[in-house]
Design a protein around this ligand. Sequence first.
Ligand code: V47
Ligand code: SF4
Length: 375
Amino acid sequence: MTHDDVLLALNETAVSQELQTIAHKVLQNQRITTQDCLLLYEQGELAFVGALADFVRFQKNENIVFFNKNIHIEPTNICIHNCTFCSYSKKKGDPLCWEMSIDEMLAIITKIPEHAITEVHIVGGVHPDRGIDFYCDLLTAIKNIRPSIQIKAFTAVEIDFMAKKSGFFVSEILQKLKDAGLQTMPGGGAEIFDESLRKIICPTKTSSERWLKIHETAHKTGIPTNATMLYGHIEKFEHRVDHLNRLRNLQDKTNGFQAFIPLKYKKENNYLGIEHEVPWSEDLRNFAISRIFLDNFKNIKAYWPMLGKELSQMTLEFGVNDFDGTINDSTKIYSMAGAEDTHPTLTEEQMVALIHAVGRKAIERDSVYNIIQTH
Ligand code: V47
Ligand code: SF4
């Protein structure tokens, strides 16, 4: 949407004076406040926030939608933590637990033709017996068999454990991993930063303060990272605003976040006991408001295995300009939590068609957003 389109839409929508003031700020590329953001969550109708988000999206990325070709490897689902929303982690000895050896993980990569992927995304549970040496060996072995592959790996929660287990500082752990081949870090483990909610949904996990510190240290070490927010569980709008604000503040300081990825809470097979997931209209509003508020993030990413292909396609009209990858069926975090697509895969052609269908240019990128191919 252009500036004029949005103004036209605004005139045709009966919105309050306060919302109009926020809209004018956005259209003049001014930063909105946390109070503005809360008002958008409380009162902003889907069409209204969608129009503003589309304006911001176009300002930052024109008509480009990025995607990358990757696979996910989940080394283990054995985890020392007990997050109540998690449908995936198991304790040692549970019949549903798994732990892959380095050779097993290498075999997954070897099976995939060289040109088919540019990135491997590695995230798993926090295994009590696996520390920095194991993960450095893993990265080194991957680089030995596929030197050109880019490695996005380990949430701040896994990094935190590697540091505590070994006695090294976080900065030392990150440097060792970088030397072994780590290029970027994913955004998991952020959940929702409000400390009182963390006590309920992830009581033993890395604190918000430490999550942010680990990302800050990664940025200083030259490792770009992503940020996520788990929404649609027990949080209120004010907690989402607080979460986004802490991310925006850190990004002002480091500019090291590449993308923001809202993660929709899925309710199956976990102990949180939420009866209903939020409706798709709330997913779209949340994408849009995040796009408007996070004025210092270039990319808002939709993780399609969680949302499904159709809803992910719709997010493109609500601020999203980035799709997480062409993924094989090894992603279990969401299939175990009730995502409809239990074997999420999209070929390159399907991904491109999905993007072209909404009139955008599809660009294959690498892990640090260099352009590989335009479609
Ligand atoms: O931190 C766990 C989430 C995250 C559930 O950075 C759940 O490119 C919904 O962070 N319902 C890990 N979500 C995955 C993640 C991620 C995914 C894709 C791309 C990137 C990236 C990062 O998964 C966890 C948690 O927030 N999660 N259980 C659940 N029941
Ligand atoms: Fe472990 Fe991550 Fe599940 Fe929490 S969300 S229990 S840290 S695997």
